[in-house]
Write a protein that binds this ligand. Structure first.
Ligand code: FAD
Length: 409
């Protein structure tokens, strides 16, 4: 591989690969290289806590593109090596194998590292995170070797999805969440209550407002978890689903502005010339959250920021305004979310949780800002249009299933 590229992309996940593909689609003819510290060719991350963990999809079915695609498109990939330093003056990066790679434009698309437990015993074998294929292969190996009792720490989407898969495998699952409800960071109380009831019905033992004080050790590996109230829960494995730490160390050390992640403007530019950042690691003012500065951890965000950067590099700059959407699969429940609910001041329930088909609608100042739809794709599709139109609708009207959402546009 050349040791200089016109566009150098750090990270071969959803953002990095989308950027490389979009550059070619936009007619970019210069050299493109991607550097990724994982050894695999690019693959989709969402199935890791869903179909791949469940064994329903083999690894080759979660590849982002067939192996031949990348050389065909003139996109060089260097795998199994990390970028450890950035020199903006020399326009080059330093790699973990002590080589350097120059760039004309740099795209930083490194996502984040799974946050690890920090209590006594938290480095024992048997404690898992779910961020990479290697994490899931290790977890699957321990399940196959007979691990029966699991404690999942964290009631966010990844923890809940993992709990659902483990119940499918008929494992004993205790889920520990520090907040009084699951999904507290991302959803309203109606959605939390529904998922709590559903997981309890499926046999998950939920411990809310509980935190992990220590990991119990036996024979050099995890044997249990001690909670803040002193109770110890026996466990063969522990899965920590407690968020990520954005992987931005080398970029911040090089002088890029940032605190939680790296700061970008509306064209995804960092404060360093010709260095863009996209995806999970990029803190931006989001127009769908009233301009609040945040990081969005979704495939949509990584993909659409990549489009923004590709257009900017190809001379057609357009500010990032892409509409946010997300999904989560647990048991037979398909959750689809549209918009960003952060900052809501009222919620409306449309449909009935007992029917396992309903939506939670979020309002701010009377305006519809987000939908969480459970097995309710029609509301998701039509709700998205209401949000995009900035609609103000009476809560009673939104709640009435006899009123078609599309009639409110
Ligand atoms: P990533 O896809 O994480 O890619 C970053 C890559 O950069 C990684 O391969 C990383 O190893 C590499 N890297 C990091 N630092 C360096 C370095 N210094 N040098 C070289 N390489 C480096 N989103 C949804 O929308 N729906 C879902 O259902 C969903 N489910 C998910 C389930 C799981 C288990 C996980 C982990 C995530 C899920 N997400 C989901 C989130 C989604 O996968 C992420 O938002 C998306 O992958 C972000 O893309 P990215 O390119 O920013 O980061």
């Amino acid at each position: 591989m050349e040791d200089r590229s016109d566009v150098l992309i750090v990270g071969t996940g959803h953002g990095g690969t989308s950027a490389a593909i979009a550059l070619r689609q936009n007619g970019f003819e210069g050299s493109i290289a991607m550097i990724g510290r994982e050894t695999e060719l690019p693959y989709e991350r969402p199935p890791l806590s869903k179909e791949y963990l469940a064994g329903d999809k083999p690894f080759d079915r979660i590849a982002i593109r067939p192996a031949a695609f990348w050389p065909e498109k003139g996109i060089a990939i260097r795998s199994g090596v990390a970028v450890v330093g950035v020199d903006p003056q020399a326009r080059s990066v330093r790699l973990s194998d002590d080589t350097e790679h120059g760039y004309g434009t740099l795209i930083w698309a490194t996502g984040g590292d799974a946050r690890r437990l920090s209590c006594p015993g938290s480095d024992l074998p048997g404690i898992h995170t779910i961020r990479n294929r290697a994490d899931v292969d290790l977890l699957r190996a321990e399940l196959d070797a007979g691990a029966r009792r699991a404690v999942v720490v964290g009631g966010g989407y990844i923890g809940l999805e993992a709990a659902a898969v483990l119940r499918k495998f008929d494992r004993d699952v205790t889920l520990v969440e520090a907040q009084p409800r699951v999904l507290a960071r991302v959803a309203g109380e109606e959605l939390s209550a529904f998922y709590q009831a559903e997981h309890a019905r499926q046999g998950v033992d939920l411990r809310l407002s509980a935190s992990v004080e220590a990991i119990v050790e036996r024979d050099g590996r995890v044997a249990g978890v001690t909670l803040s109230d002193g109770e110890t829960i026996d466990a063969d494995i522990v899965i920590a689903g407690i968020g990520i730490i954005p992987s931005v160390g080398p970029l911040i050390a090089a002088g890029a502005a940032g605190a939680d992640g790296v700061d970008i403007d509306e064209l995804c530019r960092t404060s360093i010339e010709d260095v863009y950042a996209i995806g999970d690691c990029a803190a931006h003012a989001n127009v769908w959250a009233d301009g609040a500065v945040l990081r969005v951890e979704s495939v949509q965000n990584a993909h659409d920021m990549a489009m923004t950067v590709a257009r900017a590099i190809c001379g057609d700059p357009q500010p990032y305004r892409a509409f946010p959407w997300f999904w989560s699969n647990q048991y037979d429940l398909k959750l689809q979310t549209a918009g960003i609910s952060a900052g809501y001041d009222a919620t409306v329930l449309r449909g009935s949780p007992e029917d396992r088909k309903f939506s939670v609608i979020y309002l701010r100042g009377g305006k519809v800002i987000a939908f969480d739809c459970v097995n309710d794709t029609r509301s998701y599709v039509q709700g998205r249009k209401l949000i995009e139109a900035g609609s103000v609708v009476e809560p009673a009207t939104l709640a009435d299933p006899e009123v078609a959402l599309k009639s409110l546009l």
